[in-house]
Structure formats: structure tokens, C-alpha cells
Design a protein around this ligand. Sequence first.
Ligand SMILES: [Zn+2]
Length: 145
Amino acid sequence: MSDYLKPLPPITNLSKPYWDSLQEGALRMPQCQACSLIFYPPAPLCPGCWSRDLTWAALSGRGTVNSWVVFHQAYLKGYDNEVPFNVTEVTLDEGPRLMTNLVGIDNDDIRVDMPVQVVFDAVTDEVTLAKFAPLPGWSPEGGTP
Ligand SMILES: [Zn+2]
């Protein structure tokens, strides 16, 4: 029994390849073979052209910050010792957007469009989460290296 108290994602047949990839230290998302769109969350049809001809593409793991909020109150079990914490929307270089947390950065230093890369956080034996950290060399004052 894990002592991890935060909510865990429901892993379905549709999303299992995504969660499996994170456990393997990779970031993979569905890609349409008809129109090449890479999308998230996983769906049985391409949201761009409705094709069912889908595969799983390995992504670069790089993206930029689109938006974020900082929570100062713990609304859910497991977050009592985490406030203040950020919830961040990252736009991946390949297009999809992901709700995540930035790690390795002070919340006051987060900037729109800052470059980030995925880090893998194995929170339980079954679940690894994709979180993101600033690209090495990036600084809130100096911007992109
Ligand atoms: Zn498509």
C-alpha cells in the first residue's frame, strides 16, 4: 500500500500506453496516421480528421509554459505540506498541451513561454507522472540560453 495520498489518474485501456511510456522514461502520445496530428488526451478517433488510424509517437519532451496558477490553499488530501504549489499548462513542441507541475523552480520565477523539459516522477509503483523543469541554463532574468 502506497503512502501517496494525492489523487491518481484512472488508467484505462485507451490511456495505458501513455502511462506505460512515462514508466519507461519516455513521453508518447497518440498520432494520427492520416493527418499526422499528435494529440492528448488519448481518444479512439483523431480530433482533427476523425481517422481511427492511430499510433503512438515518441515526443521530444520539450515545450514552453503557456499559463499557470499557484495554489495557496490545500483543497485535497496530500497537499497540506505542498502549498504554495503551481499547476501549469505546458504546450509541447509537437503541439499538445498538458496540465502538469513545474519542478526545480521557485513559483515566483515562472514565466510565460519559458522553455521546459519533461521529468519523470514515479509517485507510486504503478504511476509515473510527467512533470516539467526549466531547460538547463534558463533564468527568469536572462531568458532562453
Ligand atoms: Zn487525423
